[in-house]
Design a protein around this ligand. Structure first.
Ligand SMILES: Cc1ncc(COP(=O)(O)O)c(C=O)c1O
Length: 413
């Protein structure tokens, strides 16, 4: 690429030609100290608020006020089956069948529920493989599951850096591995795993395979069903823009839809035809819905609906195509300044990453984020020396990327 491509004019021309640029206006953009829109590059942590969230919530608040309990059946969108309004949009977004998807709980809760069903260790096969530097909540969850079954995480928990290492590990000790649980995209490095390759490797050795898609949902163009994974979980507050701590999702592959898997049960997972007979014995609904515990919280679901409607309109294929270009542009601008003493730890191959680039800045501290924020740039920091920067294709522009690169360079000299 040329000097012109590193210019403000070029970034401006890319922004003007972007067919998805109009989606930015659907979101509230936080303000910089000078009152202008800030450059928000934190969609990997908390996505921005769609302007429509308020009206989706107000509709449910009004129906609650107007109808009370009757709203379960008579609301404009009756609450009894409300969670199903999310099923098809979520399935489309993740490349899953509707029967494979349910929106419920939060991510770590869903991870535990999935491990209750898919981590069934025996004396011979008791190990769990996770990726190096997995998100701490996942590490705590898998260690506590291992301990609940009377095993020692020191022996039963293994880590791998990537697919090659996983395949050779399975070649050596696959018969002792019960579960492989990897991220879709690692939270720290931004590295994306090949779901199909991981799943095939695991299944070839008789292991169950699940994924934490916290940083992949709404970011990558996923084909979860085709990957063959046994299960997956994700949250909705990052690239999915559904609001802080909002309701999560869970995928269980179709081949398990009617299997009598051991599980923790609750009344909302019970066969809906007989649920209100209030009988003592649990009969699971087919599919992912059979893992539900409680009746769903409609207000969080309404916020997620507002967001998924935007994803449906934009289309994950188009969003991913823009995202690949946005992140490549960010990489190009940064690499022109690489002599400034930082490196990009995220893989260069677009297939092996999502929107995020993780920039290692040796010798710098979290203070760099505060200095960027003072100039209207929001990104975040992961110890010891990683700056995470993610242009989200729904609301970020090529100009945002340009402004970040320019101001970052001013701080790392
Ligand atoms: C990769 C990953 N897994 C799990 C979690 C935990 O999610 P929750 O607090 O919704 O359970 C996070 C939170 O950021 C995450 O990034």
């Amino acid at each position: 690429m040329s000097d012109y491509q590193a210019s403000y004019e070029y970034a401006h021309s890319l922004t003007a030609a972007d067919p998805l640029a109009g989606f930015r206006d659907r979101f509230y953009i936080p303000k910089a100290p000078d009152g202008s829109d800030c450059v928000y590059l934190c969609g990997h942590s908390l996505g921005l608020q769609p302007k429509t969230v308020r009206s989706y919530l107000e509709e449910e608040l009004e129906d609650w006020a107007r109808l009370g309990v009757e709203a379960h059946f008579r609301a404009r969108h009756p609450w009894m089956p409300y969670h199903r309004l999310l099923t098809e949009p979520a399935a489309r977004l993740l490349g899953a069948l509707p029967i494979e998807v349910v929106v419920m709980n939060s991510l770590t809760v869903n991870l535990h529920l999935m491990m209750v069903s898919f981590y069934r260790p025996t004396r011979e096969r008791h190990k769990i493989v996770i990726e190096e530097n997995a998100f701490p909540s996942d590490q705590y969850a898998v260690k506590s599951q291992i301990q609940c079954h009377g095993f020692d995480p020191g022996e039963s928990l293994l880590t791998v850096a990537g697919e090659d290492e996983l395949e050779s590990l399975l070649g050596r000790e696959g018969a002792s591995v019960a579960l492989i649980l990897l991220a879709g995209v690692n939270y720290s490095t931004g590295r994306a795993f090949d779901l199909t390759r991981v799943t095939n490797a695991g299944h070839a050795h008789g292991c169950r395979v699940g994924f934490d898609l916290a940083h992949a949902a709404g970011n990558l163009h996923l084909k979860l069903h085709d990957s063959g994974a046994d299960f997956a979980v994700w949250c909705s507050y990052k690239y999915l823009n559904a609001g802080p701590g909002n309701i999560a999702g869970c995928f269980v592959h179709e081949r398990h839809a009617r299997a009598q898997l051991p599980r923790f049960a609750g009344w909302w997972g019970h066969d809906q035809e007989t649920r209100f007979r209030m009988g003592p014995d649990f009969h699971a609904m087919p599919g992912a819905e059979g893992w539900q515990l409680s009746n769903p919280a409609v207000l969080p679901l309404a916020a997620l609906r507002a967001s998924l409607d935007i994803f449906d309109e934009a289309g994950i294929e188009r969003l991913r195509a823009k995202s690949v270009r946005l992140t490549a542009y960010l990489e190009f601008l940064l690499l022109r300044q690489a002599d400034l003493g930082f490196s990009i730890v995220t893989p260069a191959d677009p297939e092996r990453r999502g929107a995020q680039l993780s920039i290692r800045v040796p010798g710098k501290t979290r203070d760099i984020c505060e200095r960027l924020a003072a100039q209207g740039i929001l990104c975040d920091w992961r110890e010891p020396d990683i700056l995470r920067v993610a242009p989200a294709p729904l609301y970020n522009s090529f100009l945002d990327v340009y402004l970040f690169a320019e101001r970052f360079a001013g701080l790392v000299v």
